[in-house]
Design a protein around this ligand. Structure first.
Ligand SMILES: CC(C)(COP(=O)(O)OP(=O)(O)OC[C@H]1O[C@@H](n2cnc3c(N)ncnc32)[C@H](O)[C@@H]1OP(=O)(O)O)[C@@H](O)C(=O)NCCC(=O)NCCS
Length: 163
C-alpha cells in the first residue's frame, strides 16, 4: 500500500533522500525548518519526499522533491505532485517550483502539467558552493514553473492514502 505522511518530529532523518533533490545540505537547511515535509512510503519503505513552503499570496513552492534512485520512473514523483495538489488545493491558488535546465527534471514538471513562468539567471552559480552537474552539463540558470491549483480537488482516488 502507498501511504503519505507529514514528518514533523525529525525531518533531518530524510536527509539522504533530500540530498537527491538538492545536493547541498546548507541549501536544504535554509528551508527545511519552515517547510512541510511529506514522505511517501510503499510497502513500508520511504520512496519519495517533498518539501513545500508557503510563499505568501496563495503561493505554495515545492522546494525539494526526490524519489529514491531504485524507485525512479515508476510514477512515484507524479503521485507525489498529485498528493500535494490534492492536499493544498483550496488553501493555495498556485504551485511553483524551480529547477535546473536539465533533461532529467524539466520533462517531469511538464508532464505533471506545469508551465514555464520565468528564468533566474545564474541561480546555481550564485547560490551553490560547487558546480552542480546534471546529465553531464553544469546547471546555471533556474527555470521557474507554475501550475494553478483548483479551488477544490476531485474526490477520485489517486492511488495513495494519507496517514
Ligand atoms: C525528478 C523525479 C522527482 C521524478 O520522479 P519519478 O518518480 O522518477 O518520475 P515519474 O515516474 O513520476 O515520471 C512521470 C513522468 O515525468 C517524465 N520524466 C520523469 N523522469 C524523467 C527523466 N529522467 N527523463 C525524461 N522524462 C522524465 C516522464 O514523462 C514520466 O512519464 P513516463 O515515465 O510515463 O514517461 C525523480 O527522478 C528524482 O528524484 N530525481 C532526482 C532528484 C531530482 O532531480 N529532483 C528534482 C529537483 S528539481
Amino acid at each position: 500500500m502507498i501511504t503519505v505522511h507529514e514528518e514533523i518530529a525529525d525531518k533531518k532523518r530524510f536527509m539522504k533522500l533530500l540530498l537527491l533533490g538538492d545536493e547541498q545540505e546548507s541549501m536544504i537547511l535554509r528551508y527545511l525548518s519552515r517547510g512541510r515535509l511529506f514522505v511517501m512510503n510503499d510497502g513500508g519503505k520511504a520512496v519519495a519526499v517533498c518539501v513545500v513552503t508557503d510563499e505568501g499570496n496563495g503561493t505554495l513552492e515545492i522546494k525539494n522533491i526526490a524519489v529514491s534512485p531504485e524507485s525512479q520512473r515508476l510514477g512515484y514523483g507524479r503521485k507525489m505532485i498529485s498528493f500535494i495538489e490534492n492536499r493544498f488545493s483550496g488553501s493555495f491558488r498556485r504551485l511553483i517550483v524551480g529547477t535546473g535546465d536539465s533533461p532529467l527534471t524539466v520533462p517531469f514538471y511538464e508532464s505533471c502539467g506545469f508551465v514555464r513562468s520565468g528564468v533566474i539567471k545564474n541561480f546555481f552559480i550564485d547560490n551553490y558552493d560547487h558546480p552542480i552537474i546534471e546529465a553531464g552539463v553544469q546547471l546555471c540558470d533556474m527555470i521557474c514553473f507554475e501550475k494553478e491549483l483548483p479551488e477544490r480537488y476531485g474526490t477520485v482516488s489517486k492511488g495513495f492514502t494519507e496517514i
